[in-house]
Ligand binder design. Structure first.
Ligand code: FE2
Length: 413
């Protein structure tokens, strides 16, 4: 082994110098790929990296469904959009600028597909945020050196989180759009004329679920377009979403953030309790051919309904409003009266439902209920406006004609 000779330097000193030089070179060589990896880890989804060390094709995704805001809460929102080919999904967002990023991923792996769903958490109640979706093409997912493409970015949009401390709120509800795109467009365009905090869809978006393409064409796409990426939607599960070959896959498109179809939200003086009223016929009905098993699911839903209504917020909120698809709670396996009893006991102020396809105002006492049940018709919009003292309901048809209007006063709880 030969020494690394430096003229005029003692041999021992030369060895020390040489070993330090070698160490420094090694560190430099090790640092180069590390620095490159860090750069990629920090900003992998926003810049087309033509000089990336992996193969990048000149292929850019197209956004085929603009962003739809779902399941807004006081601190979070779900943003969904679609692209024409396999891509990742990320959202840049912030109050003053797009200074934060949320990525669609599961268990540490970035989601790759044509449907993108990002949950943004850690927001402040009642604050308005800017956001921009982005999707970068994924050409092939090989175990090493997957091949990528370019990034498409959506328009910069805005949304406002719910604010439980706000003195008032207003929202609109529609239902049973049943694949009729002109109906969705007419009703949502009407809703956009007034400054609502959010819109509720009370279920039965489809007759039965066939495929992602069908669901995009008859519900997600037109809904996203009409809501303009700025008005959030709360979705309530209908019985028709239980039907069809694609029904088992609908959850990722429609679930609330905890992967369920029942949830609670607080908007100003209104405490909302959304329930999944399931199917409208018993599990053993022949048309289901033994493929429905809702009995236990509805029993656990009843337990969660009781827990939600027992929460302190149900007593402290000026108004508690239940949102559900079927006004009679659907097929429960025999527990229908128990659902009503729990709602009565919690002094629920209003139950808003759909399913019947025509307007009904079921007054307190008519079905054992201590609260009014508003059944929204198929081509109608129900608008709810509440402050700390009164809750006003106004129902209009698709031509804007008044169908019903009533006011509820705050009750002692
Ligand atoms: Fe229905």
């Amino acid at each position: 082994m030969s020494d690394f000779h430096l003229p005029g330097t003692p041999t021992a000193a030369k060895r020390v110098f040489a070993s330090r030089l070698a160490l420094a070179l090694a560190c430099l060589l090790l640092a180069l790929p590390a620095a490159a990896a860090t750069k990629q880890a920090r900003q992998p989804f926003h810049d087309d990296e033509a000089d990336a060390p992996y193969k990048v094709w000149d292929s850019t995704p197209a956004i085929t469904m603009p962003p739809l805001l779902l399941d807004v809460s006081d601190t979070s929102v779900v943003i969904e959009w679609m692209t024409d080919g396999d891509s990742d999904g990320s959202v840049r967002y912030g109050e003053q600028g797009l200074d934060r990023t949320a990525v669609a991923q599961h268990e540490g792996l970035v989601d790759v597909g044509t449907f993108h769903r990002v949950v943004i958490e850690g927001l402040k109640p009642g604050h308005t945020y800017q956001y921009q979706v982005a999707s970068r093409r994924v050409v092939t997912v090989k175990p090493y050196w997957p091949e990528r493409g370019n990034t498409v970015k959506g328009e910069v949009g805005r949304f406002t989180t719910l604010d439980p401390a706000k003195a008032s709120t207003r929202f609109a509800a529609i239902t049973d759009t049943h694949e009729k795109v002109p109906r969705i467009r007419t009703l949502l365009a009407d809703i956009r004329k007034t400054p609502e905090d959010f819109v509720v869809h009370l279920g039965d978006t489809v007759n039965y679920a066939v495929s992602e393409q069908q669901f995009k064409d008859v519900f997600l796409g037109p809904t996203a377009e009409e809501l303009g990426g700025t008005l959030p939607m709360l979705y309530v599960h209908g019985n028709h979403e239980y039907r069809g070959a694609f029904a088992r896959q609908l959850g990722i498109y429609l679930h609330a953030q905890d992967d369920r179809f029942d949830f609670e939200r607080d908007a100003g003086p209104v405490h909302l309790v959304a329930v999944d009223t399931g199917e409208d016929k018993p599990d053993d009905t022949n048309v289901y051919a033994g493929l429905n098993d809702l009995r236990d699911y509805r029993r656990s839903g009843l337990v969660r309904f009781g827990q939600a209504l027992a929460a302190e917020r149900t007593r402290s909120a000026p108004f508690t409003v239940v949102l559900g698809h079927q006004p009679n709670w659907g097929w429960t396996g025999g527990d229908n009266a128990e659902w009503t009893r729990l709602a009565n006991e919690a002094k629920v102020d209003l139950f808003i439902a759909g399913h019947v396809h025509r307007f009904m105002h079921i007054k307190p006492g008519e079905r054992g209920n201590d609260f009014p049940i508003l059944v929204v018709g198929q081509d109608q919009v129900a608008r709810v406006e509440a402050d700390e003292h009164t809750l006003k309901v106004r129902v209009t048809d698709s031509a804007g004609k008044l169908v019903d209007a009533f006011t509820l006063e705050r009750r002692t709880k």
